[in-house]
Design a protein. Structure first.
Ligand SMILES: Nc1ncnc2c1ncn2[C@@H]1O[C@H](COP(=O)(O)OP(=O)(O)O)[C@@H](O)[C@H]1O
Ligand SMILES: [Mg+2]
Length: 269
């Protein structure tokens, strides 16, 4: 094979945007009757959750409530003992592997940033765009103009345009979190799951993150797990309170914060 055809092959990449999602009932995620047991202990107990298309939802709840386990079920990392999980009208999440769920359009950001510290911000986004290809192949390959445009658009969205060539390792903690949100965004998810995005951030970074997450909802759905109540107040339309693996309360932040059941659970923490 000639060098040019190898180059062409590499530059084509393995990445493709997620297939269209059937949102005809305006619901992006259905979790129904989900239970997960660990050695007889029910981490999730008949959990029901519905997320609307374009919604920004906050999930709160005391430690051990099942928030992370819920995200593990959605992303295919943990299989429930009972229940069903659908992405849009037609995609049965319980029938898909973890990579297939990611490819279908569900992105997840873990609490700890996992950027590549020795690569630039741009290269990190390039690597995220390429998915599972090796670092060498990705950085050797030539990006298409539309791929470059997409990365530049994401840089703008997450506020890192001026840090395009900065080594990711030298970014602030907040900037690393934004980069990681960007790494999810280049893959064009329809549903983003974000675990404790503002932990360890400065007040200014927290405020910028609130604006960013609000701006991301609409075109996609965003589910945020967060402890910081002021932050939740600043972004949430609907808040779901988890407790002992089930939904304890759901509604506006004012409604749930004044709910005696919620007050009791948080006082007992
Ligand atoms: N792999 C596991 N093995 C055993 N117990 C687990 C496992 N993962 C979670 N748990 C338990 O399930 C419960 C829910 O945990 P988790 O989903 O992490 O809660 P949260 O994220 O709301 O703090 C906790 O009591 C936790 O100890
Ligand atoms: Mg957790």
């Amino acid at each position: 094979m000639s060098m040019t055809s190898i180059g062409r092959l590499l530059s084509r990449g393995h990445y493709s945007a997620p297939p269209p999602l059937d949102l005809s009932h305006n619901i992006v995620l259905y979790l129904e009757g989900i239970s997960v047991s660990f050695d007889g202990f029910k981490a999730l107990n008949n959990l029901n959750l519905y997320i609307e298309a374009g919604e920004l939802r906050c999930i709160i709840g005391p430690n051990g409530a099942g928030k992370t386990t819920m995200m593990d079920v959605i992303t295919g990392k943990t299989r429930p003992d009972t229940g069903s999980a659908w992405f849009g009208q037609t995609i049965d999440l319980l029938a898909l592997s973890e990579p297939e769920i990611a490819q279908a359009g569900i992105g997840r950001k873990f609490q700890k940033p996992t950027v590549f510290p020795n690569h630039t911000v741009f290269e990190n986004l390039e690597l995220a765009l390429a998915g599972e290809r090796s670092v060498w192949k990705v950085l050797f390959a030539k990006l298409s103009p539309s791929q470059i445009a997409r990365i530049d658009q994401v840089l703008e969205t997450v506020g890192l345009k001026d840090h395009r060539s900065t080594q990711a390792g030298s970014l602030s903690h907040g900037q690393k979190q934004w980069l990681e949100i960007g790494m999810m965004l280049v893959q064009e998810p329809k549903l983003m799951l974000v675990d404790e995005p503002v932990a360890g951030m400065t007040p200014q970074e927290t405020e910028k993150t609130a604006e960013l997450l609000v701006s991301l909802a609409g075109e996609r759905s965003v589910v945020v797990v967060e402890h910081d109540m002021d932050f939740v107040r600043s972004i949430a339309r609907t808040v779901t309170v988890l407790h002992e693996g089930s939904v304890l309360a759901e509604g506006s932040i004012d409604k749930v914060q004044n709910d005696p059941k919620v007050v009791e659970v948080y006082l007992g923490e």
